[in-house]
Design a protein around this ligand. Structure first.
Ligand code: N01
Length: 543
């Protein structure tokens, strides 16, 4: 038993630390910096060969953030924010990766990170209240605290399409893009998937490839990014008034600067509404239209006004009426699948060398040695790209599948869907913390803002544990149940649960249908977490 093992002689080959952090992306790097800063012995492991997380893996052409870089970056150090200059409003992947590498060097983080190190097993030892983590190379780390900073969208989804392994040419997934540049010139390329990744990659691939075929199952809403230089006013304010701007961001609904809408879409005349949408369309932001009115994610009729507007824009941008029609999203509310920002996406379909295949009309039958066969015939390809997304939020955690009290696996515990306390702790899995886990604002926010909030809140909790000599911190079952219900209730007041999206786990066959993120708002959630901390961490059982 675990108890027997722990009462044996300490094993010299086992490395003992206070905290083991899994993941060296935005979350893991910051967790290391903060926890080490308060005197804990911290070690980080990551399966990648360098820091960066999402921004290490996503090297596909066109990969960039779609939240303004000046806000999609750390806020904890005003000097860092002043000194690092983003070259674009929405920085590309190489620049974001360079930023995270700079952060790793600037705060001397690398010396406590083991790269190329995947976790094989994480098991809670009830004998000594520590996590025993075995990595792929067989090394064992014993940690009081296990911090899972594994990301939301890091477990790739390669759909099980018949014949998938028969294709003779290179098969690429956007989330595992090769490090060496992929030369697509003179190649016939197929892309399956039109989510954020596909929508970013398709225009860039079209520029390089001899011919591009896009296989679209569900059309997506996308707004023009209008990328360019960072907003000079925003940059100036961040330099001159750093603390105040960051505070505003932290107290906001989504972790971005936004004037919250005060009126509903149906409260204003159509002419005014259209003028507002038109103005917002020219803003080049993810939330411009969705946050024009306060009822767009709650009221279908209101939502239709925004969806109709975006569809009318697609009709204007795409020359062929049938292609335009196929590209118009229908059957789900705008915003309830994550909206996209693009650079020339819809216009790409006006090229002679780009073909759209509407899989609703002609579904894929199988992948063959030579290409993709739909019900209408075979499309011959040299390269096949899967832009098919991720097993979101729970996938990365269940990839580790920690073993908690009484040998229970997280996968068993979450068989009906994830439950958690505040999206950061799970009953039965003491001393384990999920940074931006399911049940926290995470995916419905600027992830960097949510990461900093979770890490700082956890740091305060662990400082409290050090001061008071706690060795066990565990979510209380009742508190967890109430929180999980609250997350669903708040979600149910919106249109999100009606849509088949990764927010609902609907993109993965057999995954329980649960609204994964918490939509109560970043600022509200932060205040609630702070109040619980002030109150001596109610909802946690400690020993
Ligand atoms: O993945 P997705 P993604 N046959 O799940 C299709 C973030 N992100 O990698 O909608 C055919 O959104 C699927 O079709 P359907 C962002 O949060 C951000 O694009 O399921 N098609 C869909 O079209 C984003 O939301 C940025 O019918 C299949 C596509 O593949 C999240 O990551 C950039 C299929 C998957 O879309 C995930 O985005 C990139 C099948 N069997 C990503 N299976 C930024 O801009 C799936 N599809 C910051």
């Amino acid at each position: 038993s675990t108890t027997a093992r722990s009462s044996a002689q300490p094993d010299a080959s086992v490395r003992t630390v206070d905290a083991l952090v899994v993941g060296a992306g935005f979350a893991g790097l910051y967790a290391l910096h903060v926890l080490r800063g308060q005197g804990l012995d911290v070690h980080v492991v990551d399966g990648a060969s360098d820091v960066g997380g999402t921004w290490f893996w996503n090297r596909y052409p066109g990969a960039r953030c779609d939240i303004e870089s000046i806000y999609y970056s750390y806020s904890f150090d005003a000097d860092l924010a002043r000194e690092w200059q983003w070259s674009e409003k929405y920085a590309g992947q190489p620049e974001i990766l360079a930023y995270l590498q700079h952060v790793a060097d600037r705060y001397d983080l690398r010396r406590d990170i083991s790269f190329d190190t995947w976790v094989r097993e994480a098991r809670y030892d009830e004998g000594d209240d520590r996590w025993r983590v075995t990595t792929q190379d067989g090394a064992v780390v014993s940690a009081r605290w296990l911090v899972l900073a594994v990301g939301l969208l890091s477990s790739t989804n390669l759909p099980d399409i018949p014949g998938r392994d028969d294709f003779a040419g290179p098969v690429l997934h956007t989330g595992r893009w090769p490090h060496e540049p992929v030369d697509l010139s003179g190649r016939r390329v197929g892309v399956i998937g039109t989510g954020s990744s596909g929508i970013q990659a398709i225009p860039r691939i079209a520029e390089q490839a001899e011919h591009l075929t896009v296989f679209q199952r569900t059309a997506n809403f996308s707004l023009p990014a209008l990328n360019g230089a960072p907003d000079p006013d925003g940059v100036r304010r961040l330099i001159e008034d750093h603390a105040a701007v960051r505070d505003q961001v932290r107290r906001s609904s989504y972790g971005i600067l936004l004037e919250p809408p005060t009126r509903g879409a149906l409260e204003v005349a159509e002419e005014e509404r259209l003028a507002t949408y038109e103005e917002r369309w020219r803003e080049g932001t993810l939330t411009g239209i969705l946050q024009a009115y306060n009822d767009l994610v709650r009221n279908q009729e209101a939502n239709d006004t925004a969806a109709d507007f975006v569809r009318s824009k697609i009709a204007e941008m795409v020359d062929d009426p049938q292609v335009a029609e196929d590209l118009m999203p229908r059957g789900y509310a705008y915003g309830t699948k994550r909206p996209c920002l693009d650079t020339g996406y819809f216009q790409t379909y006006n090229r002679d060398d780009v073909e759209l295949v509407n899989l609703r009309r002609t579904p894929i039958e199988r992948i063959t040695e030579r290409g993709v066969r739909t019900s209408a015939g075979e499309h011959e390809l040299d390269v096949l790209v899967f832009a098919t997304g991720y097993d979101a939020m729970t996938g990365p955690l269940l990839g580790i599948d920690p073993i908690g009290r009484e040998g229970q696996r997280l996968g068993e515990r979450w068989a009906e869907g994830p439950s958690s306390y505040l999206g950061i702790a799970v009953a039965g899995f003491p001393n384990m913390f999920t940074i931006t886990g399911p049940g926290s604002p995470s995916a419905l926010s600027n992830a960097v803002v949510s990461i900093e909030q979770h890490v700082e809140w956890l740091a305060r909790l662990l400082a409290h544990a050090t001061e008071t000599g706690l060795t066990v911190i565990e979510a209380d079952c009742v508190a967890e149940k109430e929180w999980t219900q609250h997350v669903q209730n708040v979600g149910d007041a919106t249109l999100y649960p009606q849509t088949d999206s990764w927010y609902m786990g609907a993109n993965i066959p057999g995954k329980p249908r649960v609204f994964l993120p918490y939509i109560g708002g970043v600022g509200h959630y932060r205040a609630l977490c702070e109040a619980l901390a002030d109150d001596g961490y109610s909802g946690f059982a400690t020993a």
